[in-house]
Structure formats: C-alpha cells, structure tokens
Design a protein around this ligand. Structure first.
Ligand code: SF4
Ligand code: SF4
Length: 238
C-alpha cells in the first residue's frame, strides 16, 4: 500500500506475529531462492491459547517437539530492529531514518523512521490484504480496523496506522483488493486442508515443508535444498 504507508514506520510489520500459509512460504522461497527455514518459524501455543487463531488457521501437530499438547502455527520470523534495538521487526522489513522537520511519535526529533517491505512482489497474502477483510457470508470486502498490537504499550514503534483507513486512502484498485481477498480465502482453505492431512500422519517438524511441497507441486517446482531446513520452533507464552 502507498499513501499513508509511505511515511510510516511500519508498525504492522513489527508488532504482529504474521501467520503465513505454505503457499506464502514456498512462493517467497522460490522467488528469492531462499531456504524456507531461514525466514519462517513455528510459534507454539497451548491448546487453550491457540483458540484465538483457530478461526483462521488450523494448528499444526508435531510428534517430535517435546510436548504433544502444543499447537504450532507457521509464521514469518521476526528479528531485532537495527533502528530500534530491543524491539523486533519482520525479517523482510527494510528500515532507515529520513530527515524530517518535526519530532515524531517514535521519539526521533528531526528524523523519521521509514519502513519498507523488501519482498513486496512476493509478500504473504495477509500483507496483501491488510487492512481489508472478506465478509463471511458474501463476496464483499471491507476495510477492517486493525487490532492494536499487544506490544504497543511497550514501545511507540509498535503503534499502527496514524489515521483511520478509508477506501480513498487505499491506493490499490478495488478490483485488486477483492481479487486478493478471494485468493487469500482460497489459499487459507487449501492450507488448512493440507494441515489436516499432515496432522493425520504423526509427522515430525523436518517433514513439514517436504510434505507441503508435495501438495503444492502443481504450482511450485521446489528445489529440495530449499525445503530441507525446517522452520525454527519458538516457544510462545503470551
Ligand atoms: S513480508 Fe513485507 S509487508 Fe509483510 S510483514 Fe514483512 S515487511 Fe511487512
Ligand atoms: S501501520 Fe498502517 S500506515 Fe503503517 S505501514 Fe502498516 S498499514 Fe501502512
């Protein structure tokens, strides 16, 4: 998105744990020739904690990561921000400081931090559709109000959009918005069915991407060396 995002520090690319599908991971890997294990992670939650994601994502069950009660979700890795040490950002977010007249909410007097996606053409479907959603019962799309990020009270860098989104502020053609939402819904359904198949087998984490690559092989010709490293498993407690 352009417009409001042009001058933004990209709070959305910092604070969210961005859950992705195998489609997103395999596409990024193919486009960048990057091993999937380098930029993806598995977040673990208890069965109780994972309920808040389960309307959208089927949890992954793994037989070898210790606790059989844990539920895992595929996500983009987050790494420490160079501009804001002690805070995190998406692995693919580029950031830099730009001279600016006024102090800003990140606390830089005379400078403004800018964030840009370094994989814009290959970014996950969730990033393409944000902050829009598809209505549950009709093919209509709408602009949703982004849920404040849990970390926003810890650091201003995690705050979201400076203004409320309007249809005019979205630079994207409305047809493209609906197209992305419909594709996202298809991919989510396909991925959730793929996870259900995976879960039946009592698989180990190292089998995750090879299993997914077989299910997506009509669309992605993957190189074995790019899918042999499993995502890093990260314990989540919040
Ligand atoms: S992939 Fe790009 S758009 Fe998506 S969270 Fe990361 S930096 Fe932001
Ligand atoms: S926080 Fe809002 S304005 Fe800033 S980059 Fe993300 S979507 Fe754009």
């Amino acid at each position: 998105m352009a417009g409001m995002c042009d001058t933004c520090h990209a709070g959305c690319c910092r604070g969210y744990n961005l859950l992705i599908t195998a489609f997103d991971a395999l596409r990024i890997s193919r486009d960048l020739s990057l091993p999937v294990g380098e930029f993806s992670t598995l977040l673990s939650f208890s069965a109780e904690q994972s309920k808040r994601f389960e309307n959208s994502f089927t949890p992954i069950k793994l037989s070898d990561l210790g606790c059989s009660e844990k539920r895992y979700f595929l996500a983009l890795r987050r790494i420490e921000s160079k501009q804001f040490p002690g805070t995190v950002k998406c692995y693919f977010l580029n950031e830099w400081l730009r001279e600016h007249d006024a102090p800003n909410r990140e606390g830089h007097s005379g400078k403004r931090v800018i964030g840009r996606c370094s994989i814009y053409g290959s970014r996950p479907m969730m990033c393409r559709t944000y902050p829009t959603s598809l209505h549950n019962e009709t093919p209509l799309g709408f602009i949703s109000t982004p849920r404040p990020i849990d970390l926003a009270d810890k650091h201003a860098i995690y705050q979201l959009c400076p203004e409320k989104w309007t249809a005019e502020a979205l630079s994207t053609d409305p047809t493209t918005v609906l197209h992305n939402l419909a594709v996202n819904r298809f991919e989510m359904d396909f991925y959730n069915r793929s996870i259900s198949e995976f879960n039946k087998g009592g698989h180990k984490v190292a089998e995750f991407f090879p299993f997914m690559a077989r299910l997506y092989e009509n669309r992605f010709r993957t190189v074995p060396s790019l899918i042999s490293t499993p995502p890093v498993a990260v314990e989540k407690t919040e």
